[in-house]
Design a protein around this ligand. Structure first.
Ligand SMILES: C[S@@+](CC[C@H](N)C(=O)[O-])C[C@H]1O[C@@H](n2cnc3c(N)ncnc32)[C@H](O)[C@@H]1O
Length: 291
């Protein structure tokens, strides 16, 4: 366990062999989370991070979120479960106080809750059906100590979809909360830099200071752009949240090209169809519920 963390912080007093074995154990433990995920739907930008990078990202987040109540705005990767499971299995030395996952895909929500139930993690994690186009439920506003989002990356809408997810995260946070936002980052691809800048502006405008651009790049299973990588913007809210903040519906204009060119935000939920038990082996039928 220690060597996995030291490896991640680039401080490696133990042997390389030991580090490799801890990392392999983490990958093997992660596979239980990965197996539990429903099949991704490409039209909604459900694109999974590669497993090795998921372990590194989970370790990075476990440090950032240690002891905190965290809201995840969308979580197709199952990053919340990855952090929790690796921690509870002794592969990470620290973990969050509580994780609350919001996602518009009922297959994802139910898969997380089933996994949590089966492993005795209910007091640490809960998942709930929610679409970012809708106002954030009142009971969630200003309560969280941190938020995490890996949103649709906004290649064809100037980052509007990133801002929609970040906005909900910012609404969920308390006065001194922490933000961790995953965006595409390739200096050679102009739209990624424009969206990165827009996301940073949104955070700065809401009183955050950007403390880190999550060092390492992460890779994904993207057929049409396998080299596209992401980084994690880490930011901390400096000024107190204004009181009486309300959450408003997303403007219809923002629905356009939400998931890429001509892939608009047309559906409120992806519903699990037959109450199947989820996971890779199970029936994967779903039905789309329009707004
Ligand atoms: C868009 S994907 C981004 C790629 C990321 N690697 C992933 O799959 O988690 C992130 C999550 O957002 C969810 N999502 C997509 N549109 C949403 C919406 N309008 N409201 C809430 N969640 C949404 C997806 O179901 C997915 O789980």
């Amino acid at each position: 366990m220690y060597s996995l963390c030291n490896w991640l912080t680039r401080d490696c007093p133990k042997t390389e062999r030991r580090m490799k074995s801890d990392f392999n154990e983490a990958i093997s433990t992660l596979s239980e989370v990965v197996q539990n995920r429903p099949k991704p739907i490409r039209e909604f930008d459900q694109i999974f991070m590669k497993n090795e990078d998921m372990v590194k990202q989970a370790a990075f987040l476990a440090q950032q979120f240690s002891g905190l109540k965290v809201v995840f705005v969308g979580d197709g990767d199952s990053m919340a479960l990855a952090v929790l499971h690796l921690w509870k299995r002794g592969l990470l030395p620290e973990g969050p106080a509580h994780l609350h996952v919001l996602d518009f895909d009922e297959r994802i929500v139910k898969a997380i809750n089933r996994f949590a139930e089966a492993r005795g993690y209910r007091k640490y994690i809960a998942a709930e059906l929610y679409n970012v186009a809708e106002p954030l439920p009142r009971r969630l506003i200003g309560r969280a100590e941190a938020f995490y989002t890996n949103p649709p990356w906004g290649a064809s809408n100037g980052g509007e979809s990133v801002i929609a997810f970040v906005q909900r995260g910012m609404e969920a946070l308390n006065s001194h909360g922490l933000a961790a936002v995953v965006v595409a980052n390739d200096p050679a691809i102009r739209w990624t830099q424009q969206v990165l800048q827009r996301a940073q502006r949104a955070l700065l405008g809401d009183g955050f200071v950007i403390t880190e651009l999550g060092g390492e790049r992460r890779h994904y299973h993207i057929d049409d752009n396998p080299n596209l990588q992401s980084c994690t913007i880490v930011a901390k809210r400096l000024r107190s949240r204004p009181t009486g903040i309300t959450s408003r519906k997303l403007d219809r204009e923002s629905f356009r090209n939400f998931y890429g060119r001509n892939r608009h935000l047309n559906f409120k939920y992806v519903l699990e169809r037959n109450g199947s038990s989820g996971g890779r082996g199970a029936a994967q039928e779903y039905e789309l519920k329009p707004f």
